[in-house]
Design a protein around this ligand. Sequence first.
Ligand SMILES: Cc1cc2nc3c(=O)[nH]c(=O)nc-3n(C[C@H](O)[C@H](O)[C@H](O)COP(=O)(O)OP(=O)(O)OC[C@H]3O[C@@H](n4cnc5c(N)ncnc54)[C@H](O)[C@@H]3O)c2cc1C
Ligand SMILES: C=Cc1c2[nH]c(c1C)Cc1[nH]c(c(CCC(=O)O)c1C)Cc1[nH]c(c(C)c1CCC(=O)O)Cc1[nH]c(c(C)c1C=C)C2
Length: 484
Amino acid sequence: MTSVAVIGGGISGLSAAYYLSKAPHLVNKVVLLEGSSRLGGWLQSTRTEEGAIFEHGPRSLRVAGEPGANILGMADDLGLTDQILPVLPSHEGAKNRFIYAGGKLHKLPSNFRGLFRRYELFANQSPALMGLREPFVKGRQEEGDESVHSFFCRRLGKQFTDNAIDPMVRGIYGGDCRQLSVQALFPSIQQAERRKGSITRGLLFGPKKKESPLKVDSELLKKARQERWALWSLKDGLEALSNSLQEYLMKSGVELLTDRRVETLEFDTTNQVVQVNTLDEQLQVNHVISAVPSQCLSQMFAGNHPILSENLSVNPSATIGLVNLEFSGSVLPSEGFGYLVPSGQPERILGAVFDSSIFPQHNRPNSATTRLTVMMGGTWFCEQFGDPNEVDTSLLLDVALETMSRHLNITSSPLRSFTTIQKDCIPQYTLGHTDRLEQMESYIAEKRLPLSLVGCSYRGVGVNDCVLDARKAVTNLLKTHERD
Ligand SMILES: Cc1cc2nc3c(=O)[nH]c(=O)nc-3n(C[C@H](O)[C@H](O)[C@H](O)COP(=O)(O)OP(=O)(O)OC[C@H]3O[C@@H](n4cnc5c(N)ncnc54)[C@H](O)[C@@H]3O)c2cc1C
Ligand SMILES: C=Cc1c2[nH]c(c1C)Cc1[nH]c(c(CCC(=O)O)c1C)Cc1[nH]c(c(C)c1CCC(=O)O)Cc1[nH]c(c(C)c1C=C)C2
């Protein structure tokens, strides 16, 4: 039997506690310590008095892949099936994605036929032609990591990289693809080039994906696959997922402690005991699962384990300025997921999500409205808006409204708006991230530190990745305890 402290009560920490609570025969105590007064981390949804839902963090989850299957298994187990709002791939809210460049919106290809059209955005070439040319581009000689920008410029050309890859990286990380690691962001694409000298050849003729040892046996997943869902959310917004986890954990006897910022961790490796120190309490457990951002964990070693502190502190995080807007009537020029702005354009926003197009169920009932979220800043926050602690939120609202008027011709005043500055919310996997992570994992194993690293700082920033990462960490921990 073992006792575990989970540090951090975002989706990663809550998920780690959830998977631990499924093994009461191996784990006799689970305590979760959260520094702030609420659980859920970036999962933040507001319901207005008129009944509209606004998301200030994540807003849609993917169904594809192992992480997509896994989270549906969790949602099913939590009894959320009736709450799910699925989006089909044929739905315009999933399918239509745009890039704003040269003063207008450009629609990206959304189906197989679209790959054979020529796009002004890509110097009048078709993606299919770019794919046919790519195998003839010489592979890279040097080993080691490379920036996302450099990799795609080599393989697919600068125009495609600047107008498709650059905005996509802004639309997931709020980051600059010139600073981020291709090995961490696009591992299978980088490996395809390594193995076969080309992305196209590597993806077509590379090894088949290994089947995951983690089983997901859920009716909800079967339904999602049968109906071919692309994305989903919940009736009350995605915060309902963390609220539901919280309820489940309370019923399962997990101790959930808020306003408990962990200051330091002291490891006794001989006895496999960790002392967890908050400002006015100490707690002793056999294992710690860290689900806080790596920068926060980096400060908890009190001068010990410099290899960990240093590696954990390398990646910065991006700050996103977020403006939720609600307008009367249908004011979008076309339905879709939204649009992104490449970093080379003279604009002050990263992009805008067409929330009411993706999830019209979140609109206030009984009147036609449009909901949008304008996202700005990211890696460019300080140079565009100044210190996030000092910026006047009315500046962000003004920029959002002025830009929506120019880009989408929306000139009416919003019925409602919410402006939020999400400080340091998305970790940036900079060059060397994968090697640093391996180095830390080897160090933890060699020193037998009873510590697991989970959360958005390591193996993916999507909610799905965070949940699966937590499951894998708990599975590994339980395996070692089953053996002992
Ligand atoms: C604006 C925005 C939009 C996004 N959109 C999407 C999307 O559409 N789809 C998607 O899949 N993902 C999206 N994401 C990403 C996803 O929401 C996050 O990566 C994920 O929620 C991170 O969860 P986490 O638990 O790892 O981290 P966090 O949510 O950051 O949780 C960490 C927790 O640790 C606590 N903590 C910190 N220090 C301490 C300490 N010393 N002691 C105790 N507790 C501490 C914090 O208070 C926090 O609650 C978005 C993120 C943002 C910000
Ligand atoms: C404009 C800025 C941002 C937009 N969304 C985010 C930012 C910073 C944050 C974000 N969006 C997604 C994720 C999770 C990724 C994952 O691994 O699951 C995060 C952290 C989802 C997402 N958004 C876009 C893509 C391509 C994805 C991946 C999943 C999917 O294909 O649905 C692109 C995108 N993001 C934004 C817009 C307006 C947009 C495209 C038009 C907003």
